[in-house]
Design a binder for this molecule. Structure first.
Ligand code: SF4
Length: 204
């Protein structure tokens, strides 16, 4: 039976996802954490002062699922809560020093697992893979399946036609042309593009 290309790609991604979950489970168990708690620590390390609701959206879980997991992190002295200075009814979360150390230990699991085989790709293959992954993530964002991946395609500083040659894009914050190999996911400088910018890119 001939299996369509898109189905085979989906199967390959699902296998990598299952492998990643297995590895993540092992790593978080070694820290005495649930996988959700381990992922929460990693996000908190990248986003200081994030609200519980925003953290839940980023982790693709409900507020009700995340709340007890975060309370447990607080009991373990890995996380502190404080009132948002701009919205007094909102509670922000931040890592303690102990939580930051735990986050650093668990954060490396993805690159430990995936970086060696990815490093075997030649540079052009790797750049194409990165661009394809970003497009897939963007497609999931458009469908509302994932939120806030903070990548170039959704950033106000991204100019899709501002570069040339092998670096066809331009980052107006870094003030430099960027190619497929330079595209970022979870960029700390990312600021969301407005609706007009996103629509213009969609039509480009
Ligand atoms: S600020 Fe970061 S996410 Fe935005 S375009 Fe530049 S590199 Fe990409």
């Amino acid at each position: 039976m001939r299996v369509p290309l898109h189905t085979r790609i989906a199967d390959g991604l699902a296998r990598l996802g299952a492998l990643a979950r297995f590895h993540e489970n092992q790593k978080s168990q070694a820290e005495g954490l649930s996988p959700l708690q381990a992922r929460a620590l990693v996000v908190l390390q990248r986003r200081r002062g994030i609200r519980l609701g925003d953290l839940a959206r980023e982790l693709l879980v409900t507020y009700g699922t995340l709340s007890p997991a975060v309370s447990s992190l607080e009991e373990k002295a890995l996380v502190t809560k404080y009132v948002d200075p701009e919205e007094h009814r909102a509670v922000n979360l931040e890592l303690t020093r102990k939580g930051a150390a735990a986050a650093r230990r668990v954060e490396g699991w993805a690159s430990e697992l995936l970086a060696p085989p990815v490093a075997d790709l030649d540079p052009d293959e790797a750049a194409t893979l990165l661009a394809s992954l970003l497009k897939l993530i963007r497609a999931f964002e458009r469908r509302g399946t994932i939120t806030a991946a903070r990548m170039c395609f959704t950033c106000r500083y991204f100019d899709p036609k501002g570069g040339k040659g092998a670096r066809p894009y331009f980052c107006n914050l870094l003030e430099e042309p960027i190619g497929e190999a330079n595209l970022r996911i979870d960029c700390s400088e990312h600021e969301p593009a407005d609706t007009d910018q996103l629509e213009g890119r969609r039509q480009a």
